[in-house]
Design a binder for this molecule. Structure first.
Ligand SMILES: NC(=O)C1=CN([C@@H]2O[C@H](COP(=O)(O)OP(=O)(O)OC[C@H]3O[C@@H](n4cnc5c(N)ncnc54)[C@H](O)[C@@H]3O)[C@@H](O)[C@H]2O)C=CC1
Ligand SMILES: O=C(CO)COP(=O)(O)O
Length: 338
């Protein structure tokens, strides 16, 4: 089975840092010892990782393995045998374009961000195919809070790759007893779950912030899953992927924990804060805000109804206030469940 001696991670936010930690731990007993190179935009992030073994800006208080090395040189990370792409979804195209002259043809590239590109309405596998065509695409997605993963708490995740041999080699390369990738061949299914659950988590946060109770949250999550499934199936995803770790699994996590930035953003909206106030007080990304309209437009293009996602898109674009969006959802006509 192919060994990955050098893994590059593109993006030094919370998730890129946690995944660099996973890759370093998973390759610890390899000979020669695995090299993990984490490219970060911020000089301060590179500096604190290399000197204090901590990402003080995006993952403070978590000790990183000494073998995780950060760099400001994208060339250095791009020379790896496999790349993990962990920049926010809306920046994926420009970051891929920067890698285009550097990446060896056939290098596995795991997309680890969650979102749909605004304007083009493209999934990240489509963005990758256009912007970095020599890459061998894969998707890594599932219920996984960066801080928990970086601390070594257990979880499981979907790793999708159309090339089964490479996909399984990647599973072995980054898998740990506490980080269990399940192989799948369905890339679209794996990426649609992560993109849609971020939008739905904002809605669940609003329900929580408004104090509507646990029953409302469970009902919203279930109807949200129906939206995710409708869109996924229309785009060619397989039902079992949508019901798996990257779909239902991540939806359950993100709609039930204020650790989720999307859910906590929704909670703050439900408590009456404005989007500008909330975003102005954070430096971490809440992908649902940036993908909501793209998800809804993509669904409309395929004739799919997504009322909860539409409500969130209405709120984040300022077209509806929170109370108007809730009223619109609660007064929809009664209908069959499926
Ligand atoms: N944090 C988490 O628990 C998880 C995050 N993800 C996904 O990973 C992706 C990255 O999220 P986080 O690492 O949490 O981000 P973060 O919020 O911790 O950090 C923001 C990141 O965005 C980068 N960035 C900002 N502007 C940029 C630009 N113009 N070009 C390139 N990069 C830019 C920053 O350098 C930084 O790396 C997102 O799509 C997120 O949904 C997926 C699973 C878990
Ligand atoms: O994707 C995540 C967990 O799987 C992280 O969710 P948030 O981006 O909402 O924090």
């Amino acid at each position: 089975m192919k060994e990955f001696e050098h893994i590059g991670v593109i993006g030094g936010g919370a998730w890129g840092t946690a995944l660099a930690q996973v890759a370093a731990r998973a390759g610890r007993d390899q000979t020669p010892a695995r090299k993990v190179t984490l490219w970060a935009r911020e000089a301060e992030v590179v500096d604190t990782i290399n000197t204090r073994h901590e990402n003080a800006r995006f993952l403070p208080g978590i000790a990183l393995d000494e073998s995780v090395r950060a760099t400001s040189s994208v060339e250095e990370a791009a020379s790896a045998d496999a790349l993990l792409m962990v920049t926010p979804a809306q920046h994926m195209r420009s970051v891929c374009a920067g890698l285009k002259p550097l990446l060896k043809p056939g290098t596995p590239v795991l997309l680890c961000a969650k979102g749909v590109e605004q304007g083009t309405l493209k999934l990240l596998t489509e963005v990758l195919a256009e912007a970095l065509p020599q890459a061998l695409p894969a998707v890594l997605s599932g219920p996984s809070f960066a801080a928990e993963v970086a601390r070594g708490l257990p979880t499981a995740i979907t790793l999708a790759c159309a090339d089964e041999e490479i996909g399984k080699a990647l599973v072995h390369a980054i898998g740990l007893p506490t980080f269990r990738p399940y192989y799948a061949s369905d890339l679209i299914g794996a990426e649609i779950g992560g993109a849609v659950k971020n939008v739905l988590a904002i809605a669940c946060g609003i329900v929580e912030g408004k104090g509507f109770g646990a029953s409302a949250r469970a009902a919203l999550t279930t109807r949200g899953f129906a939206e995710m499934t409708r869109l996924g199936l229309s785009l060619g995803a397989r039902p079992e992927t949508l019901a798996g770790l990257s779909g239902l699994g991540d939806l359950i996590l993100t709609c039930n924990s204020p650790q989720s930035r999307n859910m906590s953003l929704g909670m703050a909206l439900g408590q009456g804060k404005t989007l500008e106030e909330i975003l102005g007080s954070r430096h971490s990304v809440s992908e649902g805000v940036f993908s909501a309209t793209a998800v809804v437009e993509l669904a409309a293009k395929h004739g799919i109804e997504m009322p909860i996602s539409e409500a969130v898109a209405g709120i984040v674009t300022g077209r509806l206030n929170v109370d108007e969006a809730i009223l619109a959802l609660l007064t929809r006509p009664f209908k069959n469940e499926s």
